[in-house]
Write a protein that binds this ligand. Structure first.
Ligand code: DAH
Length: 353
């Protein structure tokens, strides 16, 4: 029995010497320490030995088993370390590899157009006024002269916000246009100096939301830029001059504008503004549908009721307002045919700008 134990130890250790990887080490462990390994056979056979031999053989068998186990542990550590060293060596810095190109970021095309609009109106003395995106029905419609059930609301199907409180005729909604900011701004200016409200020259940019069937021409969200000027003796001539100058600063000195009579509940009189088609210089092309003109914005003189709602006495003050969609302007400029591109976040589209 004693010699057999020596042989078991010797053969286990000899086999272990040549092992280099975890898989063969595991096989070795099963063979030399597993349930039917030779050393385990010795333990199983102990009971059949003469009584006086048992303690001696048992002791030696334990020693052999511990030696094999210890050898297993240290081999296992050695194999893991070798693998780590190998992987570190293969990751050595290769200074001859070409560098990774740095991806250059850029502004979203809608933001680029917005900033150009800010720059131009900034040069003309307008400030940027930011207004909320969640509105009350009162501000989005009623104070702008759209009473409940007014047919002009039809054009602006809305996303209403469920609130815990029943607000009756004044529910919360996502603003359908930037116009409600006009009343917020007027009230804020009036609060600064109630006796003698200061003149206003602002643009109000921001996201608007409408419940639309999404298509190449309609999105459920889009930006608008609203303009508002209020003061004593502001006339339709000021409105025409400002917008025509905006068109020239945006598209060049040669570009012409035209104003067509229209209707908005919050302006009187109201107009639509066309810019001469800047793709064909008014000759007629597919983008302007052979008319030579592109419809760019709505505008008008602020309705007396709206001035009143803002806290400006319509007998003393007058004002003009306009509203445009920068996405539409961007689409015309770059001949983008599908408005869904703006918020789809597709890099193949965005990287072109
Ligand atoms: N709020 C209008 C809309 O979304 C656009 C508009 C038209 C704004 C005329 C104005 C304006 O300030 O004077 O359809």
């Amino acid at each position: 029995m004693q010699t057999k134990l020596e042989q078991i130890e010797l053969s286990a250790m000899t086999d272990l010497d040549s092992i280099q990887d975890e898989e063969s080490l595991e096989q070795w462990r099963v063979t030399n320490l597993g349930r039917s390994s030779p050393i385990m056979d010795v333990f199983n056979a102990l009971g059949g030995l003469p009584k006086e031999e048992r303690p001696v053989v048992g002791k030696r068998a334990n020693e052999v088993k511990h030696t094999i186990e210890a050898a297993y542990e240290s081999k296992s550590v050695a194999i893991k370390n070798a693998a780590l060293t190998r992987s570190l060596q293969s990751e050595r810095l290769d200074v001859t590899l070409p560098g990774r190109p740095i991806v250059k970021g850029r502004l979203h095309p809608a933001t680029q157009t917005l900033r150009e609009i800010y720059r131009i109106f900034g040069e003309m003395g307008f400030q940027i006024y930011r207004s909320r995106e969640v509105e009350t029905d009162e501000f989005n419609f009623q104070l702008l002269n759209f009473p409940p059930h007014h047919p002009a609301r039809e054009m602006q199907d809305s996303y209403y916000i469920e609130s815990a409180i029943d607000r009756g005729d004044d529910p919360l909604l996502l603003r359908t246009h930037t116009s409600p900011g006009q009343v917020h701004a007027m009230r804020e200016y009036v609060a600064q100096s109630p006796q003698d409200p200061p003149p206003i020259r602002i643009i109000l940019p921001g996201m608007c939301y409408r419940y639309e069937q999404i298509s190449a021409r309609y999105e459920i969200q889009f930006t608008q830029v609203e303009g508002l000027a209020v003061g004593k003796r502001i006339t339709f001539g000021d409105l025409k001059g400002t917008i025509s100058d905006f068109a020239r600063r945006l598209l060049g000195q040669q570009v012409r504008t035209r104003f067509r009579a229209s209707h908005f509940p919050f302006t009187e009189p109201s107009a639509e503004v066309d810019f001469e088609c800047f793709l064909c210089n008014g000759e007629g092309c597919s983008v302007c549908k052979q008319t030579g003109w592109l419809e760019i914005m709505g505008c008008g003189m602020v309705h007396p009721v709206v001035l009143q709602n803002g806290g400006y006495d319509p007998a003393v003050y007058s004002g003009y307002a306009f509203g445009m969609g920068p996405e539409r302007l961007t689409m015309l400029r770059y001949r983008i045919e599908d408005i869904r591109n703006f918020w789809a976040n597709d890099l193949r589209f965005l990287e072109q700008f």
